[in-house]
Design a protein around this ligand. Structure first.
Ligand SMILES: Cc1cc2nc3c(=O)[nH]c(=O)nc-3n(C[C@H](O)[C@H](O)[C@H](O)COP(=O)(O)O)c2cc1C
Length: 243
């Protein structure tokens, strides 16, 4: 079972998050929890949230990036739901072994997340806080699915992401096939019909960055403006050779 924690404060004005959420809504074994609809006053029902997570083997954190981080209600959700004695600390094993998939959308495009770009740093630089939150709770961190340039994204590209998300799969993370299996049972196409899939291996990128600090010659930015190993791989649909 998949539990999607979705945090967008203005979903009626959203294009990207709304399209992604619509793609997941109604799929078998997927529970979509729109935090801002459930808790407009920020009064989170901690027990209900924890109950919803227990049967899940994959938890998805999906949201627009706000100030290089998560929207306020998702941060509040972390603070309240990932509680001592439940998610971490003595007896806090409720999430151990579950998989965690991060699905952020950004206003900045890939070029903006580069040393010479508007945001100065690669997007991977902003990921460790989120990743370590999951890891601290004993979850397995999956390859994130990042939608860059969400403000100006074209209809076709957005539709491609909405098609790709439910069938996300990657050779680098053979565990993260849950969404794909679920989608299959609903006859979703595998891979985007058109456009590209963007997958950013942040963990791998960061560990390579650590290595590249020791080896300055390894730090030439690639075409995305990132150092090698931090690049979002851009795949045209149908070229991955996977079903
Ligand atoms: C308060 C606020 C802060 C934002 N901070 C960032 C940011 O730090 N980096 C970024 O790339 N985009 C930022 N954005 C842009 C949003 O991430 C972008 O509008 C969103 O991902 C688009 O998705 P949507 O169509 O679902 O709303 C911010 C937007 C708002 C309203």
């Amino acid at each position: 079972m998949i539990c999607v924690i979705h945090a967008h404060p203005y979903l009626s004005r959203s294009r990207s998050n709304r399209a992604l959420a619509d793609a997941l809504r109604g799929l078998d074994d997927v529970e979509l929890r729109p935090l801002y609809d459930l808790y407009p006053d920020f009064d989170i029902d901690v027990e209900a949230e924890q109950r919803a997570l227990l049967p899940a083997n994959l938890m998805v954190w999906m949201h627009p990036v706000y100030w290089y981080s998560v929207p306020a209600l998702l941060k509040h959700w972390f603070d309240k739901v990932l509680a001592y004695g439940w998610a971490y600390g003595v007896g806090g094993t409720a999430l151990h072994g579950k998989h965690c998939l991060w699905v952020p959308t950004t206003g900045g495009d890939e070029q903006a997340y580069a040393p010479a770009g508007l945001h100065s740093f690669p997007f991977a630089s902003f990921a460790p806080v989120i990743e370590q939150t999951a890891r601290y709770c004993g979850m397995k961190w999956e390859l994130p699915y990042v939608v860059h340039g969400a403000d100006g994204i074209g209809d076709a590209e957005l539709a491609a992401h909405a098609d790709a998300l439910p069938v996300i799969d990657d050779h680098d993370r053979p565990d993260a096939t849950a969404l794909r299996k679920v989608a299959r049972s609903h006859g979703h196409k595998t891979g985007a019909a058109s456009g590209a899939r963007f997958e950013c291996n942040l963990s791998d990128g960061l560990s390579r960055r650590r290595r590249s600090r020791r080896s300055p010659s390894n730090s030439t930015p690639d075409r995305c403006g990132r150092s090698p190993g931090r690049c979002c791989r851009r795949r045209r649909s149908g070229t991955s050779g996977r079903s």
